[in-house]
Design a protein around this ligand. Structure first.
Ligand SMILES: [Zn+2]
Length: 489
């Protein structure tokens, strides 16, 4: 690579016939780099490389100043787009501009003024009526230094070996710095600590930690990918059945391979079902057979030993029916009581760590809406879509939300939402709130739209979570695929 870089066609002789030279510069904490090039016959050719390491005293100068002073050389080029690095906010900033910006800031100007006009730290009495920023800088008096008319703060790492000079940043630069060190392609939207670390190597301002935290929290890109620190989960809604067959649940699976040899599970399955149906249920304390038929099945052993249940000694059918009805009523009454107790307990466990904050009309939210795309790792997809706005709440746990003024509203469960903290144009607060809440208040419309309710996979499975009165559960536009496992050849 070294030889390729230092030979044609990459390296060329300079053409002195009036063509402009381009100077690219770069620097790190310990070295400088520069390349002089020239556009010859439409191609950019390198004329010379320069890459010295810095001496001990040179290292003490701020990185920024090298950036700035080397930037000044770029003025000789007429082609600014070629020499400017779009990822560097340093471009176009000169010492004089930084100096000017610091002095335009009231707080920094005051500190600089105090430093320039006296050689001792002002007393508390002198600054006690000033702002928090001034006081914070005052408390770090020994660490501040004015170098070449610009205010810096000395920063040492934990070992005390690495010392750098942080530019004390005026308010007007903060957004630019945060954008470059968090949002830029080269910054990569890393978390609070990494962004803060990057900033601290170069810059200082009072409250930088809080600002970075807030910046990352409000960042749209980060929000669309990251899980909320706490999972937002609504308290469980319980729905207890009070009579036999009032609600039927089915688990459907298969096709499964048929049995071979001793693995005759399909032959044994009915026996297993029999065992389950005749066993006492945890919650109701009765077996499913008793709950449904008022009696249990007779086992082989009952036949062998002649054990006979009480309610089979009847002379006539009407008597039998009467008695079994009474018996079933009692059983069901007892079971209802047990179910209520058990569901209270289940709800208590579920709600134990619940993190439930209801949303209000107009709140901005993210919607968890994962869409699997073939060939793309789920890790790399943005699972959170937003911002949506809350139009109204249909029940405690179900909200109607809408993304844009022109888009269709969606009805979703609380557990799929998390708060949105970024900035955006809130179309709802402008016009719609008043009209919307009024129009949606009619019972008729409630019933119509509730049939659009969208449920995530988990919610589909656990219906006990839901306010169920009169709500239909549709699946939207999901693609239905047959399972491809266990398909017999
Ligand atoms: Zn981000």
């Amino acid at each position: 690579m070294k030889s390729k870089l230092s030979s044609p066609p990459i390296l060329a002789y300079p053409d002195p016939s009036g063509l402009e030279f381009i100077l690219d510069t770069d620097c790190s904490n310990s070295a400088l780099g520069a390349v002089i090039s020239q556009v010859q016959n439409g191609h950019e050719k390198v004329i010379a490389y320069y890459s010295p390491t810095l001496s001990k005293s040179e290292i003490n100068y701020s990185e920024l100043k090298y950036g700035v002073s080397s930037r000044q050389c770029n003025v000789i080029s007429d082609d600014k787009s070629k020499v400017s690095n779009p990822n560097s906010w340093i471009n176009g900033l000169f010492d004089s501009e930084i100096k000017c910006a610091q002095r335009k800031n009231k707080n920094l100007a005051l500190i600089i003024n105090l430093m320039e006009n006296s050689d001792h730290k002002p007393t508390w009495h002198e600054i006690c009526s000033e702002s928090i920023v001034v006081k914070a800088l005052w408390s770090q008096w020994k660490r501040l230094e004015i170098r070449n008319n610009i205010l810096y703060r000395r920063w040492e790492d934990d070992t005390g070996k690495k010392i750098s000079w942080q530019l004390v940043v005026p308010d007007s630069f903060k957004t630019d710095i945060l954008t470059n060190l968090h949002d830029a392609v080269t910054a990569g939207h890393l978390g609070v600590n990494k962004t803060l670390g990057r900033i601290r190597e170069r810059f200082y301002w009072t409250g930088v930690g809080e600002n970075v935290k807030e910046w990352c929290r409000r960042c749209h890109q980060c929000g669309s990918r990251k899980r909320p620190p706490k999972t937002f989960r609504a308290p469980m809604k319980t729905y207890n059945v009070g009579a036999v067959m009032e609600r039927v649940a089915m688990d459907i699976m298969g096709p499964l391979p048929l049995s071979e040899h001793q693995k005759n599970w399909d032959v044994l399955l009915p026996l297993q079902m029999m065992a389950y149906r005749s066993a006492e249920h945890d919650t109701t304390k009765y077996s499913p057979n008793v709950m449904l038929f008022g009696r249990d099945v007779r086992y082989l052993i009952d036949v062998l030993y002649g054990t006979v249940s009480n309610n089979e000694n009847f002379d006539n059918l009407p008597d039998y029916v009467m008695q079994i009805r009474t018996y079933l009523d009692n059983v069901h009454e007892f079971a209802r009581e047990k179910i209520n107790n058990a569901s209270d307990k289940q709800k208590w466990y579920y709600d134990y760590k619940v993190n439930f904050k209801p949303y209000s009309v107009g709140d901005a939210v993210w919607l968890h809406d994962p869409k699997r795309k073939v060939g793309i790792s789920p890790k790399l997809q943005c699972n959170w879509d937003g911002p949506y706005l809350i139009l109204n709440s249909i029940s405690d746990l179900v909200y109607r939300i809408q993304k844009l003024e022109s888009s269709k509203p969606r009805v979703v469960h609380y557990n799929r939402l998390k708060p949105y903290h970024g900035d955006f144009d809130n179309w709802l607060t402008k016009t719609v709130i008043q009209k919307d809440t009024e129009s949606h208040a009619t019972a008729n419309e409630e019933n119509n739209i509730e049939s659009d309710i969208e449920l995530s996979e988990n919610e589909q499975c656990d219906m006990s979570n839901f306010p169920t009165d009169n709500i239909e559960y549709g699946r939207g536009n999901r693609v239905k695929r047959p399972p491809n496992r266990f398909v017999p050849d």
